[in-house]
Design a protein around this ligand. Structure first.
Ligand SMILES: CC(C)(COP(=O)(O)OP(=O)(O)OC[C@H]1O[C@@H](n2cnc3c(N)ncnc32)[C@H](O)[C@@H]1OP(=O)(O)O)[C@@H](O)C(=O)NCCC(=O)NCCS
Length: 365
């Protein structure tokens, strides 16, 4: 029996797609077509994909994708990666191939991060000495309380929260097609010694959001005077088989009053179409910012009754876990800026969504 692990060369994308088709099904976005696969895994090089594959007797038997990122940590920047798409062929599980793939990625990076692993993966990772940072807190605001209640299994009363009046008159918010270099400067100012997470440079943000092959994200900049003081990203999502659209915030990087100005702009921009907005974010300062903007905490009975996935609604899925492999980075006391925009948590699952979304700009995950 021959076993080896390597990055998948681009020339072997057909074999990789055949593997994805076997394990995820033929209509999965990574199986049916190359557009999404090349966007997700071809960012660093045209010759090789950021996917580790394990070869067992000359066939792909498992894979682990990764998203290389600069990670802000303790005031500096280190080389890190989000791991995604960790899967081994059913008939060769429990042979240690999964951990073999994981070790191959973790030894290449100073810090490896994982968002949204299931219970089985969390168990293996804990045994591989990963740190469980916790579940991402979620925030939800109902823009149309009656319609948002239709998404609950049993109706719950929304909290009577009103946004705290904040003067944002000095803040000017505009929607943009792409972020400019000033987004990187904003992150550099935002990233003090406590902030940790994938660095939101303009290159990263534009790859992740402006150049996404299927989803149409809405990008916002907030200016305080002439200076960029914040950015936000959200998208609309039509709930499968329902005449209901929701909005999902993916980014909120802000300094001073710009956070409130951005939230106000996103709420007003989404209000004509979305019945609610949600935001998964580990960043502690978001708790007060979102509460003051009228969002309910995710553990409020009304917010907790809103499913977290909508393609289709799956009430078994109820949280997004965040784990980190910190053996080389230490165990820093930091404020993680980690959101649902990280890793591949906000992704299409079926390739059909790519074609239809271009037409109607309503997206699905
Ligand atoms: C999760 C998955 C990738 C794991 O791959 P796998 O090759 O089946 O993993 P294994 O069960 O062989 O590996 C775990 C074993 O490795 C062992 N192991 C090997 N190296 C190890 C190490 N360095 N540290 C700790 N444990 C190690 C563990 O003891 C464990 O054995 P046990 O469960 O029998 O006690 C695989 O089960 C899978 O494809 N699942 C479906 C897809 C999925 O859920 N992916 C995760 C998405 S979040």
């Amino acid at each position: 029996m021959s076993i080896s692990v390597s990055d998948c060369p681009s020339t072997l994308i057909p074999e990789l797609r055949a593997f994805f088709s076997r394990v995820y099904g033929p209509s999965h976005v990574l199986s049916d077509g190359e557009t999404f696969l090349r966007w997700q895994f071809g960012r660093c090089s045209s010759d090789v994909c950021t996917v580790k594959v394990v070869w067992l007797n000359n066939r792909i038997a498992g894979c682990l994708g990764y998203v290389p990122v600069d990670v802000a940590l303790s005031g500096g920047i280190i080389r890190g990666a989000w791991v995604i798409n960790w899967i081994v062929d059913q008939d060769v599980r429990r042979l240690g191939l999964g951990p073999m793939l994981m070790r191959d990625v973790t030894r290449e990076f100073e810090l490896t991060l994982n968002l949204g692993p299931n219970a089985e993966a969390r168990d293996v990772l804990r045994r591989m000495r990963w740190t469980t940072v916790g579940e991402l807190p979620r925030y939800v605001i109902a823009l149309d309380a009656e319609a948002a209640t239709l998404l609950m299994e049993e109706p719950q009363r929304w909290p009577l929260t009103a946004a705290v009046p904040v003067s944002t008159t000095a803040v000017r918010v505009r929607r943009v097609g792409r972020f400019s270099a000033s987004a990187t400067e904003l992150w550099n100012r935002f990233q003090n010694r406590r902030v940790a997470g994938a660095r939101r440079s303009c290159e990263f943000l534009n790859w992740r959001y402006a150049d996404h092959p299927s989803f149409e994200y809405r990008l916002f900049e907030a200016y305080y005077g002439d200076e960029l003081g914040g950015i936000a990203v959200y998208r609309l999502e039509r709930v499968q088989s329902r005449e209901i659209t929701i909005g999902r915030i993916l980014e909120l990087v802000s300094i001073d009053e710009c956070g409130q100005g951005l939230l106000h702009a996103v709420i007003e921009d989404s209000r004509p179409e979305a019945v609610l907005l949600d935001f998964f974010s580990a960043f502690p300062a978001h708790r007060v910012l979102l509460r003051d903007a009228g969002f309910a905490a995710g553990d409020h009975p009304a917010a907790a009754s809103i499913p977290i996935v909508f393609q289709p609604i799956d009430r078994q899925r109820n949280g997004i876990w965040f784990l980190a492999e910190l053996s080389r980075a230490g165990t820093p006391d930091v404020d993680w800026y980690v959101t649902k925009g990280d890793a591949d948590q906000d992704r299409p699952t079926r390739s059909q969504t790519i074609a239809s979304e271009v037409c109607d700009s309503i997206t699905s995950a």
